[in-house]
Design a protein around this ligand. Sequence first.
Ligand code: GLY
Length: 333
Amino acid sequence: MAISRRKFVTNSTTALAGIALGKSALGDTVLNDMGNGTLPIVVSTWKHGLAANRAAWAILSEGGYALDAVEAGVRVPEGDPLVTSVGYGGIPDQTGKVSLDACIMDEKGQAGSVCFLQHIKHPISVARLVMENTPHVMLSGKGALKFALANGFKKENLLTPEMKKKWKEWKKKQEARDIINFENRSKDDHDTIGMLALDAEGRLCGACTTSGVPYKMFGRVGDSPIIGAGLFVDGQVGGAVATGQGELVMKTLGSFLVVEFMRNGYSPKEACLKAIQRITKQIPDYQKYQVGYIALNSKGEYGAFSIYPGFDYAIKTNEDDKLKEAESFRKLL
Ligand code: GLY
């Protein structure tokens, strides 16, 4: 990603011209996609994606199913109390309660989702059961909890002592979190995990799970459990996942939009940029927030884009096990 300032300016100009003019004018230096199409492959959001990818890889490398891989992958940060934006140990809402959102999709377009789910450490596995064992797509709140308990999940306290202490400190100050300056945020302060995997048989599946925006209002649900917003998969075309401020993603149905751009011939990275551009065009106060997308197409090519610098994502293939920073819209300006 290291490029000279002159080249960056040239490429940025080309890219911005492309944004205005459409696909044929998109600069192909800045907007090249990555990946050489070798299967299997798994990509996921943020640094916590590295450990998650390795869990997914244990399944993919044995010829396993992408759906099993993405579920196993995102369960890693869900169960890790040090990941404070997903699952157990997640930052609570204003009332000190941890509520979780998650969804999952398979290569045939089947989908399952849970939102505002409390007390269950692995919402992604509940979402998968909703997909596989019910006629519905989404269960919420008490209904989701009841369904989870009826299916053998254990009721747990998801608020760790460390997080309870932080919440009490926050409550005393009642300060809104600085969600603008993502570059200066703590290295351990990440966000939603979204994961996309393409297995050796070419089956593309995705998963997305989060504890949502820190100190959110009680009852707030974000983009992550919304099919088409936090995650969308079309097994013939590709998949996309979102991270960052969910409200912006919901207002533009971001992941669905990324997949539709890929359906119309855009590469994964171009498609992510165009969905970011939809936000910057349509949402007047977008500057206050960060959003990032990653996309994987059915050929195994991947790409990412974010509003602000600082969004990194993890890639695992036979050759690679790495973290990359996505290019960002604001850096192009
Ligand atoms: N993207 C996570 C959320 O807004 O809840």
